[in-house]
Design a protein around this ligand. Structure first.
Ligand SMILES: CC(C)(COP(=O)(O)OP(=O)(O)OC[C@H]1O[C@@H](n2cnc3c(N)ncnc32)[C@H](O)[C@@H]1OP(=O)(O)O)[C@@H](O)C(=O)NCCC(=O)NCCS
Length: 149
């Protein structure tokens, strides 16, 4: 992608911290279907808006305390169908990593399902590497990712 195109996308969309949990629940339902009714209030959430103010997606993360180490878990991200293909998932990853660093996390972790190559490739592009956790907390078939912040 050319630098100009990249700048256009950056200008067209803005990512902001959000506590609009009704909006986030609605987007979650739209993208993931009837899944877990997650307690979004416990997570740090962000929403992305286009230049008309229409919502384009959301992401969430929360801090885990493990053996004295603060770790940021990237818990969920969704880009609404009309806004896909604009590298917004990478922006969501980057935004959360910057937040994690700011609040004192040493590491960010997440997981993907093996068929979700888009998400895996975007994590690689944002500096994540695969690792083998001691305990496969998201399921034995998942791929596990981490990045030192
Ligand atoms: C996975 C997801 C977050 C990717 O978001 P994104 O910001 O659109 O990602 P990208 O801009 O990198 O584009 C993804 C791919 O779609 C392609 N694409 C381009 N235009 C597109 C369009 N209009 N619609 C859909 N895909 C498009 C891109 O070329 C890219 O292909 P690549 O993976 O071969 O590079 C998004 O598709 C999504 O929300 N999916 C459902 C939920 C999900 O899987 N969430 C992540 C796990 S929690």
């Amino acid at each position: 992608m050319s630098m100009l195109k990249h700048l256009e996308i950056l200008m067209k969309y803005s990512v902001r911290r959000s506590e609009d949990y009704d909006s986030i629940r609605g987007q979650n339902l739209m993208v993931f279907g009837r899944g877990l009714d997650r307690a979004w209030e416990k997570e740090a959430c962000w929403e992305c808006f286009d230049e008309t103010g229409a919502v384009a997606g959301f992401c969430s993360a929360h801090i885990l305390n493990e053996q004295g180490e603060q770790t940021l878990f990237l818990s969920r991200a969704a880009v609404l169908p009309h806004a896909r293909g604009n590298q917004l998932q990478r922006r969501f990853i980057n935004t959360r990593c910057r937040y994690g660093k700011k609040v004192g996390c040493d590491v960010a972790i997440t997981y993907t399902s093996p068929h979700n190559t888009t998400s895996s490739n975007n994590l690689i592009r944002e500096g994540f590497e695969m690792y083998v956790p001691h305990y496969k907390w998201a399921g034995k078939d998942m791929l596990y990712w981490r990045k030192v912040l």
